[in-house]
Design a protein around this ligand. Structure first.
Ligand code: ADP
Ligand code: MG
Length: 696
């Protein structure tokens, strides 16, 4: 059984990690906590899932009683509740602050102490209760515990104002942090709330509003102006324009008419459209996008792993240092300055909480991935953001990647007693099962020209050779359609032509019978794509194509690529990639087709053209460009670099400031105020810094 819950009041990423580990120790439970989305995913494989679920819930409240578990759906109510509680908290802290100031001026010492104590309880009771509960469950050294020790310690050595202010600052910091994290959560959620929850199903004359899950492939749905297209499909009636900015990040509108494919998530701009559904809810583009972004935050980057490892050692080390500071120096001075050193040790404890480190890194990646999504680049995980930032070699596929992949037939040549019509028909039949861009274009032209449909009864023994072509039996004759390589292997000699464009040689009944020249146009931004990559310092940009040399060279020249590899079979493309990887380069492979899938998978970062690319390519890739624009590659690398830079700033900044302040405290230069700053303040700065990734 799978469950999905929302965890409320889980403030610290480190705690989320620890809780996740705890839950996973329960038998038959697989738990995943996403700190940023606050979602707990459970897979329970025991015989009695309900019982195990109760066990899980007990384990969570044992872990920290303040964490609330809520059904995933009633999220909005929960948010309201959280907001209300936050407001109450703010009032409480303001009152406590006023009492503290007032009490400071009271001359009577005993009254002063009593009032300070009461005020302290008002400020700190929540933290104290949490700390107490956690100690009962054997959990020391969490944020609450450290704050409790530090502030009680300050109280004992008569630093009343300090004790209260530490707690005050801590609480204020937590609230601010909650707000900041909540903001970024919200910004990203808005990005994801792009799903239309229902569809207008057309049944005969009537129209019903139904849930997406009830729609099946082949249903006709009506999409009104202003509505989002709920599921992928094809227009059967109507003309309109679509705002696809959610998917592509571009504001330019696209005009669509009968026969055009539409992607879910686009907004219908002008008039009513009837759409025949082609993909169910789970498979439609927008669901895949949402799922991808949600999942993306789960796979962790190296720096994320580093930081959680670091924090594991950090806290114990600082606590040991605190103990040393409290007890060792006073030994030498006969305990006369014990209070002073105890105070320093307490400050150490405040700085020892690792939460500041743990939260900002995943948050940065999360915000980064959100901002990628906003410009039509889907990244499947934080680890790929990291890899993208290091890319120094880019291998481009040609067809469908640098070129549009819409081939036009420029010439049909026939030999012997074959006619042009016959050649075209043979090629169209041969291509009718293929998913290659060449096949799609040829079939389109064939159908337009002849108004005929393919009768598949005439096709037998069909085999496609990736990167070469097709062999089949058509109209009772053996047919071969493909490039010179395919013909050489089948020992049929062809006259090589010097045509500009891709030549498909045709053999019927074992004899070379003619050829078809097809041509493709280079995408508008292909040259810019290459130039942009060079501008950001990536000099190793190569073209890798299954096409022949003259075509490869012509295209490479036009887009500004010096190095091109031609006549590449899928496995040759993989070799080009792996050789570079072995040379220590970080390689991005950009492709679109089924035959690119192996290269996409073997590159450090596989980048697929998502709009038109085959499902398999999209599946095998790590990054998907929804707009099919190759220039987005450089943009993605740039964005990844920025995200990575912010991550580094946060890591170095937080660790640096903490260590610096620990030093100052050790030598008695600084007090508890700075300690709290090092804990909460630095955390806050890091969170705010991480939000910068969302800027353009
Ligand atoms: P690219 O690397 O440019 O995307 P491919 O590796 O898919 O190209 O194909 C390389 C060459 O193999 C094509 O230029 C074409 O000559 C031939 N070829 C591949 N698939 C087919 C097919 N379905 N029909 C005819 N020729 C094909
Ligand atoms: Mg291709």
């Amino acid at each position: 059984m799978d469950y999905k819950f929302k965890l409320l009041k889980i403030h610290c990423a480190g705690c989320a990690l620890a809780l996740e580990q705890d839950l996973n120790t329960i038998e038959g439970v697989c738990a995943e906590i996403n700190f940023v989305t606050k979602i707990l995913k459970l897979t329970i494989t025991t015989e009695n899932p309900a019982e195990t679920l109760t066990e899980v819930k007990t384990a969570i409240s044992d872990f920290d009683h303040s964490i609330e578990i809520a059904e995933y759906q009633d999220e909005q109510d929960l948010e309201l509740k959280e907001k209300r509680e936050r407001n109450i908290n703010i009032v409480r802290l303001v009152v406590a602050f006023a009492i503290m100031i007032g009490t400071y001026f009271i001359p009577l010492l005993w009254l002063k102490i009593v009032l300070f104590a009461l005020d302290y309880i008002l400020v700190a009771y929540k933290v104290l209760i949490s700390a107490g509960r956690n100690i009962i469950h054997g959990k020391f050294f969490d944020e609450n515990f450290l704050m409790t020790i530090a502030s009680i310690g300050a109280f004992v050595i008569s630093e009343f104002v300090e004790a209260i202010s530490v707690m005050l600052l801590f609480e204020v910091g937590t609230i601010l942090e909650d707000v900041a994290v909540g903001r970024s959560r919200k910004a990203i959620k808005n990005l994801l709330e792009i799903k239309q929850p229902y569809a207008n199903l057309v049944v005969g004359e009537e129209e019903q509003k139904v849930a997406l899950s009830e729609i099946v492939v082949g249903n006709i749905i009506r999409v009104k102006p202003g509505e989002k297209i709920p599921l992928d499909g094809e227009i059967t009636e109507g003309t309109s324009y679509l705002d696809m900015s959610v998917l592509t990040g571009e504001t330019k509108e696209k005009i669509v008419q009968v026969g055009d494919k539409v992607l879910s998530g686009s907004i219908n701009g002008a008039s009513v459209l009837l759409v025949r559904v082609e993909k169910t809810e789970g498979e439609s583009t927008i669901s895949r996008v949402v799922e991808m972004v949600e999942k993306a935050t789960e796979s962790k980057a190296k720096s994320e792993k580093f930081i959680s490892k670091f924090s594991k050692y950090y806290t114990p080390i600082v606590i040991v240092l605190a103990v040393i500071i409290a007890f060792v120096p006073p030994i030498f001075s006969g305990y006369s300055n014990f209070v002073d050193f105890a105070y320093r040790a307490l400050c150490f404890l405040v700085v020892s909480c690792p939460c500041a480190l743990v939260i900002s890194v995943p948050l940065t990646y999360f915000a980064g991935i959100g901002s990628f999504a906003r410009c039509g680049i889907m990244v499947k995980g934080a680890n790929f953001v990291e890899a993208l930032s290091k890319v120094n070699s880019v291998v481009f596929d040609k067809t469908g990647t640098l070129t549009e992949g819409n081939f036009e037939i420029t010439e049909i040549v026939c030999f012997g007693d074959h006619t042009e019509e016959e050649i075209l028909e043979t090629v169209a039949y041969a291509e009718s099962y293929s998913n290659h861009r060449i096949a799609k274009s040829i079939l389109k032209t064939y159908k337009e020209k002849t108004q005929k449909e393919i009768n598949s009864a005439w096709i037998t023994d069909y085999t496609e050779f990736a990167g070469k072509g097709i062999k089949a039996n058509i109209f009772m004759q053996d047919v071969l359609v493909g490039n010179a390589k395919l013909f050489a292997e089948n020992e049929i000699s062809v006259y090589t032509t010097n045509k500009s464009g891709t030549v498909l040689y045709v053999a019927i009944g074992g004899n070379y019978s003619g050829y078809v020249v097809i041509d493709d146009v280079i995408k508008k931004d292909s040259a810019r794509a290459v130039a942009d990559l060079k501008a950001i310092g990536i000099s190793d940009v190569v073209l890798c194509t299954g096409d022949e040399e003259n075509v490869a060279r012509a295209i490479a020249e036009k887009v500004g690529i010096k190095n091109s590899y031609c006549s590449m079979l899928p496995e040759d493309k993989v070799n080009v990639v792996t050789k570079r990887v072995q040379d220590g380069k970080t390689v991005a492979f950009v492709g679109d087709g089924i035959n690119d899938a192996p290269s996409l998978a073997s590159a450090n970062v596989g980048i697929a053209m998502g709009g038109l690319g085959s499902d398999i390519a999209v599946e095998a890739s790590d990054v998907i460009i929804m707009t099919d624009e190759p220039s987005k590659v450089a943009k993605a690398v740039k964005k990844a670099k920025k995200t990575h830079r912010i991550v580094l700033q946060n890591i170095i900044g937080t660790i640096g400031i903490k260590v610096l302040i620990l030093g100052l405290i050790a030598f008695g230069v600084s007090g508890m105020w700075l300690a709290v700053f090092a804990d909460v303040g630095v955390n806050l700065i890091a969170v705010i810094n991480s939000l910068r990734t969302m800027l353009k």
